[in-house]
Design a protein around this ligand. Structure first.
Ligand SMILES: CC[C@@H](C(=O)O)C(=O)SCCNC(=O)CCNC(=O)[C@H](O)C(C)(C)COP(=O)(O)OP(=O)(O)OC[C@H]1O[C@@H](n2cnc3c(N)ncnc32)[C@H](O)[C@@H]1OP(=O)(O)O
Ligand code: CO
Length: 136
């Protein structure tokens, strides 16, 4: 069911500083910040030859990342994102297996303009898993 690793997300307290670290200290190509209020985050993507790093900082009071940042003040790995061919079929299979989908199960459009869903970390080895519908 899961395919390519689309990105690994790192939550940070200061997105500009984190982007500068990846650009200047690590010599990586980093995208401009993208505010995504519907997700409660601002993100930059670090484009690597074989995947991406999603640097994200909380946006707004209701950010789903706020509590994570309280518990991890200097930041940390927040989630991994795997690609799936059919996000609805993947969701239904996971629900049938008793996995918890975060929210009402309706995919949201993510940073790449594709449907995404999140699976509860407690069901997946303590790791927040994001699924992204593979682009056609
Ligand atoms: C940029 C757009 C998009 C993309 O296209 O890539 C994104 O990536 S958006 C990214 C931000 N959005 C989300 O993360 C949405 C899904 N996440 C959530 O809804 C919440 O983060 C959560 C998973 C429900 C956690 O909510 P929270 O308020 O932080 O804490 P809880 O107390 O409810 O947590 C329960 C339990 O889970 C542990 N936890 C929380 N976050 C993580 C995490 N990132 N990785 C691993 N474990 C996590 C938390 O510690 C609690 O554990 P216990 O204390 O042991 O119960
Ligand atoms: Co993500």
């Amino acid at each position: 069911m899961i395919g390519r690793l689309n990105h690994v997300a790192i939550a940070v307290p200061d997105l500009k500083a984190a982007a500068a670290t990846y650009r200047d200290a690590l010599g990586a190509k980093v995208s401009a910040p993208q505010e995504l209020p519907e997700h409660g985050v601002t993100v930059c993507f670090v484009n690597l030859p074989n995947t991406k790093i999603e640097l994200l900082e909380p946006l707004g009071k209701a950010s789903p990342v706020a509590k994570f940042m309280q518990d991890n003040a200097s930041g940390g790995i927040h989630h991994v994102c795997y690609e799936v061919d059919d996000i609805i079929a993947a969701r239904d299979r996971l629900l049938a297996q008793g996995a918890r989908i975060i929210g009402d199960g309706t995919p949201k459009i993510g940073a790449h303009g594709l449907p995404v869903l999140f699976l509860h970390p407690k069901d997946f080895c303590g790791t927040l898993v994001e699924l992204e519908q593979r682009s056609a």
